[in-house]
Design a protein around this ligand. Structure first.
Ligand code: RFL
Ligand code: PHB
Length: 394
C-alpha cells in the first residue's frame, strides 16, 4: 500500500491528525493495534481547552461536542475543609473550558473517518517502522496472519507512551526527561449526577481527590492512592467511603453514589522526549510526552502537537516548504514544557507527599495560603488551566 502519511495509533492524536489531513486533501492510513471498541473503552481525559475545541471545529467534528459538552467558567479548590473558587472566566478575560469526555471526542472522530471512507486498520499487529531517515519510510504490520507493507512520505507516531515509534529511534538520538510520582489515581465512573456543578479539586488530610463529571448524569471521581494498591481491592463501597472522608459536609450532603461503570488506577508521570522529529518520523501526543492528569493537560497538549504537525505537513505538500516540519519539534516543545511545568506544580500543590516530611507539608500549606488569598496567585492557576496561548515570543 502507498500513502502520503502513515499514522500509527488511533487515539485522539492519530484520529485528529487523520481528519485534518483529509480536509487538506492529504492521504493517510491509520494503523491501530487494538480494536475500535477497546480504544473507546479507555476512560481518560474530560476537560477541553479552547484551543482543542477550535481544532475539533476546524476538523469538522465539533457538532455533538457543542450540543452535549458543558462549558465551565470556574472550578473549586477544597483545601483543608474550606472551598475556594477559581473564577477562570473573570481571571482570564472570559476564557472557559469544556467538559466533554475523551471517549466521546474519539467516537466523533472515528465516525467522521468512517463516514468519509478513510482507511483505518484496527488490530494491526507487530507494527514496525523502517527507513524514516530516507525519503521513503516503510511501515510493516500483520493482520489476520498476513504481513503487510505501507510505503509513505512521512510517519506520524501517535501511538501513545508505550508505542513503537519512539522505541524505534536509536537511544543515542533521544533525550528523555522523566519523573515518576509515588502514588496513582484511582478513578471511578458512575451514572450518578455530579456532586457539584463545577469540578472540585481536593487537598485533604487523607490525600488528593477530584470530583469531575462527563454530563449532568455521569460523574467521574478520583482518589490519590499508594502505588501498591490494586484496583481489585477497592470495592465501590470502599471508594465512596474514602471519597466521603476527603469531602466537606456540603459535598457529602449532595453526593449520590452508585455502581461503578469503570474503575482503574493510573500511575502519575512527567515525561518528555527531545526532539520530536527523527528524519521523516514525528512523535505527537503521549508518544512524545506525558503529564500527571492534575492540570487536565494531556489531551490538550496532544491536540496542539497535532495542530502544528498537520500545519507543517500541509505546508510541505501545498507550498513545497520544509520550514514547518523543520520547526515542528522546537515549536511543540516550547508549549509542552509549559504544560509539563504547570502539571508538575499543580500536582505538588494538591497531593500528599509523605516523603517530604512535616516541613514539606508546611511549605505546601503556606503556598496554598498565599495563592488563594492573592488575585495574582489565583490568576496564575486560572491562566494555566484554561490553556496558555498557542505560540510564545522567544
Ligand atoms: P493514546 O490515547 O494513548 O493513543 C495511542 C494509540 O496508539 C495505539 N498503539 C499502537 N498502535 C499500533 N501499533 C502499536 N505498536 C501501538 N502502540 C500503541 C494505542 O492502542 C492507542 O490507541 O495517545 P494520544 O492519541 O496521544 O492521546 C493522548 C491522551 O490519550 C492522553 O494525553 C490523555 O488521556 C492523558 N490522560 C489524561 N489526560 C487528561 O487530560 N485528563 C485525564 O484524566 C487523563 N487520564 C490519561 C488518563 C492517560 C492515561 N494513560 C495513558 C495510561 C488516564 C490514563 C490511564
Ligand atoms: C476527568 O474528568 O477525567 C479529569 C478532569 C480534570 C482533571 C483530570 C481528569 O484534571
Amino acid at each position: 500500500m502507498r500513502t502520503q502519511v502513515a499514522i500509527i495509533g488511533a487515539g485522539p492524536a492519530g484520529l485528529l491528525l487523520g481528519q485534518l489531513l483529509h480536509k487538506a486533501g492529504i492521504d493517510a492510513v491509520i494503523l491501530e493495534r487494538q480494536t475500535a471498541d477497546h480504544v473507546l473503552s479507555r476512560i481518560r481525559a474530560g476537560i477541553l481547552e479552547q484551543v482543542c475545541i477550535d481544532l475539533l471545529d476546524e476538523a469538522g467534528v465539533g457538532e455533538r461536542m457543542h450540543r452535549e459538552g458543558l462549558t465551565h467558567e470556574g472550578f473549586e479548590l477544597l483545601i483543608d475543609g474550606r472551598r475556594h473558587r477559581v473564577d477562570m472566566a473573570a481571571l482570564t478575560g472570559g476564557k472557559t473550558v469544556m467538559v466533554y469526555g475523551q471517549t466521546e471526542l474519539t467516537r466523533d472522530l472515528m465516525d467522521a473517518r468512517a463516514a468519509a471512507g478513510l482507511p483505518t486498520v484496527y488490530q494491526a499487529g507487530d507494527v514496525a517502522v523502517h527507513d524514516f531517515d530516507t525519503a521513503q519510510p516503510r511501515v510493516h504490520y500483520t493482520r489476520d496472519g498476513q504481513r503487510h507493507e505501507v510505503v509513505c512520505d512521512f510517519v506520524a507516531g501517535c501511538d501513545g507512551f508505550h508505542g513503537v515509534c519512539r522505541a524505534s529511534v536509536p537511544r543515542a538520538r533521544v533525550t528523555e526527561f522523566e519523573k515518576v510520582y509515588p502514588f496513582g489515581w484511582l478513578g471511578l465512573l458512575a451514572d450518578t449526577p455530579p456532586v457539584n456543578d463545577e469540578l472540585i479539586y481536593v487537598n485533604s488530610a487523607r490525600g488528593f481527590a477530584l470530583c469531575s463529571q462527563r454530563s449532568h448524569t455521569r460523574s467521574r471521581y478520583y482518589l490519590q492512592v499508594p502505588l501498591t494498591d490494586r484496583v481489585d481491592s477497592w470495592s465501590d463501597d470502599a471508594f465512596w467511603a474514602e471519597l466521603r472522608l476527603r469531602l466537606d459536609d456540603e459535598a457529602n450532603a449532595r453526593l449520590v453514589t452508585g455502581a461503578s461503570l469503570e474503575k482503574s488506577i493510573a500511575p502519575l508521570r512527567s515525561f518528555v522526549t527531545e526532539p520530536l522529529r527523527f528524519g521523516r518520523m514525528f512523535l505527537a501526543g503521549d508518544a512524545g510526552h506525558i503529564v500527571p492528569p492534575t492540570g487536565a493537560k494531556g489531551l490538550n497538549l496532544a491536540a496542539t502537537d497535532v495542530k502544528y504537525l498537520a500545519g507543517a505537513l500541509i505546508e510541505y505538500y501545498q507550498e513545497r516548504s520544509e520550514a514547518g516540519i523543520d520547526g515542528y519539534s522546537a515549536r511543540c516543545l516550547k508549549r509542552i514544557w509549559r504544560g509539563e511545568r504547570f502539571s508538575w506544580w499543580f500536582t505538588h500543590l494538591m497531593h500528599h507527599f509523605p516523603e517530604d516530611g512535616a516541613i514539606g507539608e508546611r511549605f505546601q500549606q503556606a503556598e496554598l495560603d498565599y495563592l488563594l488569598h492573592s488575585e495574582s496567585g489565583l490568576r496564575t492557576i486560572a491562566e494555566n488551566y484554561v490553556g496558555l496561548p498557542l505560540d510564545f515570543v522567544a
